[in-house]
Design a protein around this ligand. Structure first.
Ligand code: PMP
Length: 464
């Protein structure tokens, strides 16, 4: 890959002046927007940046590039569908590719989760799940049963409703969010449990937090509990064994629906189509997914509903009722073509098996990172990992220097050819699932060196 020439400066200007990016750093009282690194080409697990560097995509896009970049089969399937039938109204019509994709997802979803509602991404999938829960309770004559129980540090999306259900403090700071529907449970991170508390006691406490919340709200008001199987962008928080199963039991006992947000954990990230059933032993009422659904090649999400949820609202109503919620691009044929091809490749190439095969090596290398003095905790499952850092070794992210460590590590790793996803005092990885053991070694070798460089830099600044 050659370096991009001077005329490239135009794009830099337009990017700054015209492209209002998500999570834009506005520097409202500073010098304006920062320069972003451009990339125009990517292949497999590598992104080639504007400086001609070949960089491992540690975050796998945004946890979505399951099959990696440059997959010609998916690109061809999308192009063929665009030529054949680029669009079909999901409101009044149907087309085979979208129906086939819905069936393929239902076949792979746990239990009786057979009703696949397509959306434009993860946020709209979660939004739809909540709207359906409310809609259903209205039909059942339970108009007060609307509160949604969610968790500190969760991430469920960027719409007004889903952002209101997200518990990452840094992202709520400058926004108004809904204060009526959400009810937040405290931190489920075992690393932050009180000194001397056993994991078993911590688990009991977390399950009790849920039950107490339901009792406090009243089962007549508590509609659903939403949880990521492994809490992802809020810091890769893996729950203690048995957590989800016991939470589901609590939900069932009090007639509260269980929404498993598998936007990150679905489609192979943890070595299975869905993690809920295979890894955590639960069949939730609703699963939301996106990202890996099309391996990042097309924007699409889905909320998958249990047949059971329709039994008591269908059939005996005296008048027609419409679920008046939907998107112009629900079930988009070109996205469905990408998704169907994605599933076909996963099965033909044994991608789930591959993830399960390389996971022990990935997790071993991740856990070895704990030997570095800067690192106070490592967490992970499947092909997801997180290192948590502190200069103080107390492990508590302070508002000051600790909170910037992730960004320093990312900068030092990029010099070495690795991108990571910084989050405060953490760095997170979720590489394309096609990564080989040798590439996992490259990734962790660079990460080790990057963390060492970052440590030296931070200490040289006298920040102890
Ligand atoms: N839920 C979870 C668990 C997520 O991680 C994300 C995105 N990171 C979303 C929902 C929102 O998905 P999207 O950005 O596709 O709208």
């Amino acid at each position: 890959m050659t370096k991009l020439g001077n005329d490239f400066e135009n794009f830099k200007t337009w990017d700054k002046e015209n492209y209002f990016h998500p999570w834009e750093g506005l520097k409202v009282q500073g010098a304006g927007k920062a320069d972003r690194t451009f990339s125009e080409y990517a292949e497999g697990i590598y992104v080639y940046d504007e400086h001609g560097n070949k960089v491992i995509d540690g975050p796998g896009g945004m946890w979505c590039m399951q099959l990696g970049y440059g997959n010609a089969e998916i690109a061809d399937a999308m192009a063929a569908q665009a030529r054949k039938m680029a669009y079909c109204s999901p409101f009044s019509e149907a087309t085979s590719v979208s129906a086939e994709f819905a069936h393929a997802i239902a076949e792979r979803a746990p239990g009786d989760l057979n009703r696949v509602y397509f959306t434009t991404g993860g946020s709209t999938a979660v939004d739809t799940a909540i709207r359906f829960v409310h809609f259903r309770n209205n039909l059942l004559g339970k108009p007060a049963k609307k509160r949604i129980i969610t968790r500190a540090h969760a991430y469920h999306g960027g719409t007004y409703l889903t952002a209101s259900l997200s518990g990452k403090p840094s992202e709520r700071q400058w926004f108004d969010t809904d204060q009526v529907l959400p009810h937040f449970l405290p931190d489920v991170n075992a690393f932050r449990r009180p000194a001397g508390m056993s994991i078993e006691a911590f688990l009991d406490e977390k399950v009790a937090d849920l039950e107490n919340a339901i009792l406090e709200l009243g089962a007549d008001n508590a509609a659903a509990f939403i949880a990521e199987p492994v809490l992802g962008s809020g810091g890769v928080i893996v729950p203690p064994a048995g957590y989800h199963k016991r939470c589901l039991e609590v939900c069932r006992k009090h007639d509260v629906l269980y929404i498993s947000d598998e936007v990150v954990t679905g489609f192979g990230r943890l070595g299975h189509w869905f993690a809920s059933e295979e890894l955590f032993g639960i069949t939730p009422d609703i699963i939301t997914c996106a990202k890996g659904l099309t391996s990042g090649y097309a924007p699409m999400g889905a909320a998958i509903f249990s047949d059971r949820l329709f039994k008591d609202i269908e059939g005996d109503v005296s008048k027609d009722v419409y679920f008046t919620s939907g998107y112009t691009y629900s079930g988009h044929p070109v996205c469905a073509a990408a998704g169907l091809k994605n599933i076909e490749i996963f099965e033909r190439d044994g991608i789930l098996e591959h993830v399960r095969k390389v996971t022990p090596h990935f997790q071993k290398r991740l856990h070895q990172m704990l030997e570095l003095p800067l690192i106070v905790d490592v967490r992970g499952m499947g092909l997801v990992g997180c290192i948590e850092c502190s200069l103080t070794r107390e492990g508590q992210a302070s508002a000051g220097i600790d909170a910037t460590i992730g960004a320093v590590i990312d900068a030092r790793c990029q010099e070495l050819g690795l991108m990571v996803r910084p989050y405060g005092n953490m760095a997170i990885f979720s590489p394309p699932l096609v990564i080989t053991e040798a590439q996992i070694d490259d990734m962790f070798d660079m990460l080790t060196e990057g963390v060492q460089r970052a440590t030296r830099e931070l200490l040289e600044q006298g920040l102890e």
